[in-house]
Design a protein around this ligand. Structure first.
Ligand code: FNR
Length: 191
């Protein structure tokens, strides 16, 4: 079985450290045979979730496409910046849209039983660790199996090489391993 993994960052910023970080993890998953789809949430611009908007205009195309991608994959690699010690609005909004019930699909079809690894990068000394507490809690409550291991990369402005890899080889290896772990757990669950 080839694990299918969706990788994205909770940042739409062009030079996002978290986009770089999640792509290191994605390469780690590819190295153990997973099929990884990397997406940029900037390509899925969703209005701020509003129940009236949902009722009156239906689910926006971008949110529908994002949810379909979530459903089509077994595993998730998510790198999310910490905003005021919590999740970013862009990630929470995408999760909220994708969590809405759809026709002919089980509840929480985009999340239930997916295996996820979460990580963060920040210019700060804690690497965005406090935000991951929230990300883990939200995903766990919507039935995602979030792996115990996580990585927070501090001083992100000096943590990456120009090619997107991490300067510290040990850190590079840990992030690749985190990505590989998701692929390996998915493969075991599907066996
Ligand atoms: C931040 N940033 C930040 N960093 C941190 O370590 N802890 C925090 O609580 C916050 N809070 C925060 C709030 C808001 C509104 C912004 C815009 C930023 C800084 C943040 O880590 C930094 O901008 C990162 O570079 C964002 O991640 P990307 O976009 O580089 O992936």
């Amino acid at each position: 079985y080839t694990p299918k993994i969706l990788a994205f960052a909770g940042s739409t910023r062009k030079d996002s450290y978290n986009k770089k970080l999640v792509q290191v993890a994605a390469n780690g998953a590819r190295a153990v045979g997973a099929q990884v789809t990397y997406i940029d949430l900037r390509d899925f611009p969703m209005p701020l979730f509003d129940e009236d908007l949902e009722k009156e205009e239906g689910t926006p195309e971008s949110a529908r496409k994002f949810k379909e991608l979530m459903i089509a994959h077994d595993g998730l690699l998510i790198a999310c910046p910490e905003y005021n010690s919590s999740i970013t609005p862009v990630l929470k909004n995408a999760i909220d849209w994708a969590s809405r019930p759809g026709e002919n699909e089980p509840p929480l079809a985009a999340f239930a039983d997916k295996v996820a690894a979460i990580m963060s990068a920040s210019p700060g000394a804690l690497g965005g660790l406090r935000g991951l507490v929230t990300v883990r809690s939200i995903l766990g409550n919507i039935k995602v199996i979030v792996l115990p291991d996580q990585i927070a990369v501090p001083k992100a402005y000096e943590a990456f090489n120009a090619d997107g890899s991490l300067v510290d080889p040990k850190q590079q290896e840990s992030v690749e391993k985190l990505g590989a772990n998701v692929a390996n757990v998915v493969a075991k669950l599907k066996a």
